[in-house]
Design a protein. Structure first.
Length: 183
C-alpha cells in the first residue's frame, strides 16, 4: 500500500468543478469571526460539492490571505455570496424552497444520526458565531434544527469541525443521489 500521487487523485480543475454537479445543500455562515474557520469551511464545502456558501454579518469575505491559508483555493471553486442580513436571506431561501436547518443545541433538536435527508429536498445548513451560535431569530424560522451529540466535558465543536461532521453525515446518507447539474 502506498500513498497516491497528486496525478492519481484525479482532482477536478476549478473549471471542471464549476461545471460539475453540485449537492442539494448550501451553507449559511452567520457572524463567523475567525477567518481560519471561514477558509476551512470553504475547503470542506469544496470537498463535498456544496452548491453555494452565503457569508452573512461580520463573516469575512474573500479575497483575504487569512481565509486562503486554510481554504487553499476553494474560494475560487465554491460559489459564494455576501449578504449583510441573515434574516432577509433566510426568508429568501425559504421562498425558493430551501429547508432551513441550523446546526445548534436547542430544545427538540434532531440528533445528527437521526436526521434523514431526502434527495429531492434543498437544505440550507446554518452555522453561527463561535461564541453565541445561531441567532434565536434564525432558529425561530427553521424547519428543524440539527444537533451533533457530544459526550465529554466540552459543550461544542469548533464550527469548521461541526461543518465537516455535518457534511460527511449528509454525504454518507444521500450517497450522491442529490447531485444537480448546473444550468
Amino acid at each position: 500500500m502506498s500513498k497516491l500521487s497528486m496525478e492519481e487523485l484525479n482532482r477536478l480543475t476549478v473549471d471542471q468543478y464549476k461545471e460539475s454537479g453540485k449537492r442539494n445543500f448550501c451553507l449559511v455562515l452567520d457572524d463567523i469571526r475567525s477567518m481560519a474557520n471561514v477558509g476551512s469551511i470553504f475547503r470542506t464545502a469544496d470537498c463535498f460539492l456544496a452548491s453555494k456558501i452565503y457569508l452573512c454579518g461580520i463573516t469575512a469575505q474573500p479575497p483575504h490571505r487569512e481565509i486562503e491559508k486554510t481554504a487553499l483555493g476553494a474560494t475560487e471553486s465554491v460559489d459564494w455570496e455576501y449578504r449583510n442580513d441573515v434574516l432577509e436571506l433566510i426568508v429568501s431561501l425559504k421562498n425558493e424552497g430551501w429547508k432551513i436547518i441550523p446546526l445548534e443545541q436547542v430544545q427538540n433538536s434532531v440528533f445528527l444520526d437521526e436526521f434523514v435527508p431526502h434527495e429531492n429536498e434543498k437544505y440550507a445548513f446554518v452555522l453561527g458565531n463561535e461564541v453565541f451560535g445561531v441567532k434565536q431569530e434564525v432558529i425561530n424560522m427553521a424547519d428543524t434544527t440539527i444537533e451533533i451529540p457530544q459526550f465529554g466535558t466540552k459543550h461544542s465543536f469548533n464550527v469548521s469541525v461541526s461543518t465537516g461532521i455535518l457534511l460527511w453525515d449528509y454525504y454518507s446518507k444521500i450517497k450522491g443521489k442529490d447531485l444537480v447539474k448546473p444550468e
